[in-house]
Design a protein around this ligand. Sequence first.
Ligand SMILES: [Zn+2]
Length: 546
Amino acid sequence: MREFDTPDSLTSGVCRPGQNEIWFRVRMAFWDECHGVCTGVTNATPDTELQPEWANPDNPGGQKRELLLATSSAVSDNVMAITGRHELGHVLGFAHEHERFDLADPGCTPKWGWRTLTPPDDLSIMGYDSCDGIANNQPRLSPYDRLGAFYQYTWARRHALMMGGGSSIENLAYDSSGRAGIAWHRPWDHEIELWTSAGSPGEPLEFHASHHCLSGNQGACKGDVVEHARQRPSPLFASGMAADLDVLMLGPGVGIDDVIQNNKNGIFQPQPIAIDGYAIPVIGSFEHDIDDELLLYRPGPEEDTLVVFDADGGISSLPLGYSDYAIPLVGRFRGFGGGGNDIIWYQPHHNTLHVWQWQNFESFEFWENGPDDAKSIGLSPLTEYIPILGDFNGDTFTDMFWYAPGRVTDWLWESASTQEAILFSVFPHDVDGEYRPFVGDFDGDDIHDILWYAVADEVDGVNSVIWYFDDKGGHDVRIFTIHGDYTPIIGDFDDDGCSDVLWYEPTAEDGSSPLWRCLPGERDFACDPPVIHPSQGYPIGNGGAY
Ligand SMILES: [Zn+2]
């Protein structure tokens, strides 16, 4: 959007597709394409892409994805921003929110039987202002917009730090050697490409690759591309060791298989697991044993399920219920003493927090605390927060940094928990600007740091920075410029206790991604030769802050 064509040029559309890793073209609409009540329109949605009426001389079959903005949307930055966000919501697959409110007005009548992600939301960017029940001129994504996006796209994320007893290693590891690895999901080739880091400390980073069919077969991998592409992989410790992590392939809805890829020393074997409907995988070690359990969270009143893995490969489940709509934050808030993970449920719309503190190992009983108003501990209502989990003072207890993009106060919550209760000491911080935060230990002092990656804002001279935390929760700042739009993969790839960065660039024409090798104690990186990354793959469990 930043690079989009000048509004006065109706023949615009010269933005290079993929330039910012957004695979559609943004241009001003011709009058017959979008006018009147239409301020913007896109065919980059599940129900409009490939529609023949989108064909034009520049886009013969109509298959190219486009996002068109009417000249009327150029009246002000505010209208342009609202329109842009609304259309980008469609790109993410979101339907119109007003259709859930006003059944009488024909212009606001439901067209599709879409699946709902949150309660009806009058603040949604996906609502038409002209329809009853919708708040006008919402300049931002609403809390439920963000929550719905989290539910739909959370599956790839998993912090090694949160991996229960296994979290004494802070990297995703797969081949049982304990060396950090990257498992690339490559659905078009029906495989996981497994990278295991091999370089020694002080030497250039190196990876060994091996290929594993999702079917478990040897030789050429076969399978259903649509099924494999729709499965959502998450690393988890279901069997074996923490150093040969398994992968949950969650098939959303009905008709797509759910599978655990059981990993033994880097060899995957699929094991079917029956999971009904749509569920958010909440993975953690809830029995304070070393392996993980899987909470299948179905937001709202629908019953949730806790899936327990036995040492002999058996799977059992028991019903649980969390009836609100919230982001589950799984962390080692009580440190290693308590063994495993607890859950803090953050409800962004009502701005409340609800704590589940596991108590009884065998029967999975837990203490509940809340819901409590998060305002009383600093979080403002209707404000976007990105909770960043890490150990920011090196005491092995999971802390949380509540990052509010923009000028709102941010909060560092340092865990001051005991075995009996989860408690935080709260400190205000001031992170101006918009960043994507990534957690790692970028100086090798066993205290987590935050890489604030400015991505597009670097164009405007904003720098990316690393906050190097100390054992008091204070931090030093060092500026880095990155110059590009990457998906950073963070791990200790040379086993020196210091987090390296693979700047994954899926659109790079030469198929390579830059590598930064962390220099322990120096708060700096060496630039190693770029690596050729797998084509049409993405790293399982990476990305994001929580
Ligand atoms: Zn729309």
